[in-house]
Design a protein around this ligand. Structure first.
Ligand SMILES: [Zn+2]
Length: 342
């Protein structure tokens, strides 16, 4: 039998006990996104002894990540490591007794089945609603829990989704915010304690569920503002939408071409095109206001152009975008998520 003595401080808690720790040590969790949220929850869950951790992230490290992304240091940035790889290196030094897989890849409708295979729970560390709705549909279809989290500026949101036992993310938000109407850390900024708080909540609820104490999981939607010290927990159990196709009809549009975005590399142009299935159109005035601190922005009725070094981003009213400055589809999606949102 495995020696669990390193988890003694956890085991002496009656809420966990030996039985709970054994369950935690036998569980398999995926963390999608290893940034402000994911690096914190991965740190906590690796130390707590989650048996298998799968770390999925499409991004590379940047110096500005160190202000909040707790697993990384300047040497990782100098080495230009993918976040998933740098996280795996650090975590395996922290806990060599668990299995950690680094997957530096984009989670999308083509990769989701493979990348989330055999996982028991998914922790959201993403920065965009498209991936969250994909995880939501995957979770509803396979009946596996996932923990939503979001943090931007001084504010954060968090919520535990237990399929079949209360509203899913689509019940609560219905539609992803339109590109340009959704704040992102890259445009608005973020204070690290906010993402740490949200990620700690996510890790806590994960530990409860893995330990076999699902009944103790918090079923409320948390909304916090740490600048104003406002903490709100909204009762949402009654919000299972009669019309939520995921919860009621077992329909999962984000796992099909119906809702997922598509990317196409534009050969010879050092550019990637991103196609969105958007309802309605983007408000260029709002988007320009948000992007102007990051670079030069101009727009007319037909398109908006933003020069955010090293990229030139062209956005059309229906959400389609051309990201110039890369041929890498995952990188382009990442730029889109950071600056346009959605
Ligand atoms: Zn639902």
């Amino acid at each position: 039998m495995k020696d669990l003595s390193r988890y003694q401080r956890q085991i002496i808690l009656p809420e966990i006990g030996e039985e709970g720790q054994k369950r935690i040590s036998e569980s398999h969790v995926a963390i999608v996104g290893l940034g402000a949220l994911g690096s914190v929850s991965a740190n906590l869950l690796a130390r707590a002894g989650v048996g298998k951790l799968r770390l999925i992230d499409r991004d590379f490290l940047d110096l500005n990540n160190l202000q909040r992304q707790v697993l990384f240091d300047e040497e990782d940035v100098r080495e230009n490591l993918p976040k998933a790889v740098a996280a795996e290196r650090k975590l395996s030094k922290i806990n060599s007794e668990i299995k950690i897989e680094a997957i530096p890849a984009d989670l999308n409708l083509e990769t989701v089945d493979e990348l989330l295979k055999e996982v028991q729970l998914v922790v959201d560390g993403t920065d965009n609603f498209e991936t969250r709705f994909l995880i939501n549909d995957f979770s509803l279809r396979g009946r596996i829990p996932w923990i939503y989290g979001g943090a931007v500026g001084t504010r954060g949101l968090a919520y535990v989704i237990l399929p079949g036992e209360g509203p899913c993310l689509r019940c609560l938000f219905e539609e992803a915010p339109k590109p340009g109407e959704f704040e992102t850390c890259d445009v608005t900024g973020i204070l690290a304690p906010v993402s740490h708080w949200i990620a700690s909540f996510q890790a806590m609820e994960t530990i409860k569920i893995l330990a076999g104490r699902k009944e103790s999981a918090d079923r409320r939607l948390w909304r916090i503002d740490l600048w104003k010290n406002e903490w709100k927990a909204l009762e949402v159990s009654a919000f299972v939408k009669e019309l939520c196709s995921g919860c009621k009809m077992r329909d999962y549009p984000y796992l099909t071409r119906e809702r997922g975005s598509r990317t196409v590399t534009l050969c010879g142009r050092n550019a990637v095109q991103i196609l969105q299935n958007l309802k309605g159109t983007i408000n260029f005035q709002n988007l320009a206001r948000k992007l102007s601190p990051s670079g030069a922005v101009k727009y007319n009725d037909y398109l908006l152009k933003a020069s955010i070094s090293p990229y030139e981003i062209t956005v059309f009213p229906n959400g389609r975008a051309i990201i110039q400055g890369t041929q890498d589809e995952a990188e382009a999606k990442s730029v889109y998520a950071k600056y346009i949102g959605g």
